[in-house]
Design a binder for this molecule. Structure first.
Ligand code: DON
Length: 571
């Protein structure tokens, strides 16, 4: 204090003002932490682009595009290749959603290849035992039928040409990178004997090293029969025999009749608008499209641009919006072939009413949003890739085994992993709790029914022109990751790399917690959010391999999400 007296008075005024500001900090809106400008990882190309978590998968997609295949051809080849090169989530034993934007004024479509509950499944089968690593947790796989349907509807190159790159990768092997070697070593340590035999180096005795060559003979055999005989090999042929035998051996439920009856379905996407842009995303059995459009409709009522992407105001508004949409997800959403889904969820009027219930000074406790429900006291397990071809056809594909490496059950002799997607049903009917278990009726188990998903492969257009292709893994966080990428581009004018790199946030109604990627948020922002009544904690979120189209040049800008390994490649 003594030295202050000798300073010029404007300096003293400055210190005083500084002190007052410091006291106010939790309530002052600050810009996002100013990180050093990120090194560009964006790949720019004019004729075609593929972006995925698997560098080999991306290369396979680009080779197909170079050969004259369209975006759907490339996506099919990538899906099969990644069943070999990214076994944590790439699969033929799981399912997913492919959103296709055909271009040339044709309507976008969704290929729903979500798994179904086997005929032997029962509503209460997981009430007592829901061990995720068992034979009982697998739904009838949809991936191979899904790729077949996408090919029938839009494919240009012959089927065999699209599956053969995967066959070669499995039969001849490919070189493991560091990420895959580590991932395999971690999971082999936990797996059963067949899993160790199949996925371990020297039956799991030695650890894999980056640079090792990995050959998958059994999987190669399965893929070759799919390449030569089509999806029938999987659903009505030798693979079906092996799958049923595996199920019987381990107490699983899938039978040959389930496989024979499985159908991939072509569906109309959910279509929404946001500040003049058009949004396409999957309909039920994914909650993704409805939740995404409901959230965008709610957020349209607020001037997000003014608040900036990472201010406490913006994050509060996102959290409150997410809570409301996820509450509706729990209340109403399930397989639309089994339950009626209210149409108002995606209407602007409903969103306006929802927006009006958001307080700017206080978080709404989750329980208050659904008083009719009696409230009793989800890594690398899904993967999304984006593809565009030279004619403006685009594909956003998300597919999964549910957990990383699914149920950890390998079909003996067929070399592929089964999903544990049955766990996406509401396992305990009637029991909705604070931990986030949902027990509402719409998503309870019934034979043949598809379990509710959060997968949200998304395409954004403006004035009939392609703008953005995106999506992510991450269970219930998926839709919120997509929401952030979309709003980062539309509201904040971010380039695609910044939009993908920017910190993400997640609220899913229950647990009543606000998750965010901490390192990039100011401490004051979190203090502000706590003061509003949010329970906040830090968590990494998602893996959004995305493509943006420059409206001036028409060039494709692809970026792999740096949160996990990945590769964008174009030509
Ligand atoms: O379909 C779903 O929503 C989930 N089975 C996806 C699981 C997932 O994304 C796991 N995480 N990375």
């Amino acid at each position: 204090m003594v030295c202050l007296i000798d300073r010029p008075s404007s300096w003293r005024l400055g210190v005083l003002l500084g002190f007052i500001l410091l006291m106010m900090l939790p309530w002052v809106r600050l810009p996002a932490k100013s990180a050093a400008p990120a090194e560009s990882r964006t790949v720019v190309a004019a004729k075609g682009m593929a972006v995925s978590v698997s560098p080999t998968g991306t290369q396979v997609g680009v080779e197909i595009l170079r050969k004259g295949g369209n975006a759907v051809d490339a996506a099919i080849a990538m899906a099969f290749a990644m069943a070999v090169t990214y076994p944590a989530a790439g699969n033929i034993g799981g399912g997913g959603f492919m959103l296709i934007y055909p271009g040339n004024g044709r309507d976008p479509v969704v290929i729903d290849y979500r798994e179904t509950a086997p005929q032997l499944a029962t509503r209460e089968m997981f009430v007592k035992d829901d061990n995720p690593y068992s034979h009982r947790v697998s739904g009838t796989p949809g991936t191979v039928r899904g790729m077949e349907l996408a090919h029938k509807r839009f494919g240009k190159l012959p089927w065999k040409e699209l599956v053969m790159p995967a066959v070669r990768l499995a039969e001849e092997g490919f070189t493991l990178n560091e990420a895959l070697a580590k991932s395999l070593n971690a999971v082999v340590a936990e797996g059963n004997a067949e899993f160790k035999r199949y996925f371990g180096k020297n039956h799991g005795i030695e650890p894999w090293q980056a640079g090792d060559r990995w050959v998958q003979k059994d999987l190669g055999k399965s893929l070759r029969s799919i390449a030569e005989n089509g999806a029938e090999a999987f659903y009505n042929g030798p693979i079906a025999d092996l799958l049923e035998a595996e199920m019987k051996r381990g107490g699983g439920l899938i039978r040959k009749n389930d496989l024979a009856a499985y159908q991939a379905k072509e569906r109309k996407p959910i279509v929404g608008t946001y500040r003049g842009y058009t949004i396409y995303a999957p309909p039920p059995p994914s909650a993704g499209g409805i939740c995404l459009v409901e959230m965008l409709n709610i957020l349209e009522n607020f001037d997000l641009k003014q608040y900036g992407p990472n201010s406490a105001e913006t994050i509060h508004l996102f959290a409150e919006t997410m809570k409301r949409a996820y509450c509706d997800r729990a209340r109403y959403l399930g397989d639309a072939d089994f339950v009626e889904i209210p149409a108002f969820l995606t209407s602007k009027e409903y969103a306006k009413k929802q927006a009006a219930t958001i307080s700017r000074t206080q978080a709404t406790p989750s329980e208050k949003l659904a008083p009719e429900l009696k409230i009793a006291s989800e890594g690398e397990s899904t993967t999304h890739f984006s593809v565009v071809d030279g004619n403006g056809m685009a594909v956003a594909n998300t597919y999964t085994l549910e957990h990383s490496y699914g149920s950890r059950v390998v079909v003996r002799g067929a070399g592929f992993l089964l999903n544990n997607e049955m766990l996406d049903f509401n396992r305990k009917p009637g029991v909705t709790d604070r931990k986030g278990n949902i027990g509402t009726e719409a998503n309870t188990i019934a034979p043949g029914k598809r379990m509710l998903s959060s997968q949200t492969p998304t395409i954004v257009t403006k004035d009939g022109k392609l703008v953005l292709v995106t999506g992510s893994p991450g269970g219930r966080t998926i839709t919120n990751t997509v929401l952030r990428v979309v709003t980062n581009v539309i509201d904040h004018g971010m380039d695609i790399q910044s939009a993908v790199d920017a910190p993400r946030i997640h609220h899913q109604w229950f647990p009543d917690e606000l998750r965010f990627e901490a390192a990039s948020l100011e401490k004051q922002t979190t203090q502000h959010l706590r003061a509003l009544g949010h329970k906040v904690f830090a968590a990494r979120q998602g893996d959004a391999h995305s493509i943006w189209v420059d409206p001036k040049t028409g060039n494709y800008h692809g970026v792999a999400d740096q949160r996990i390994d990945g590769k964008a490649e174009g030509f």
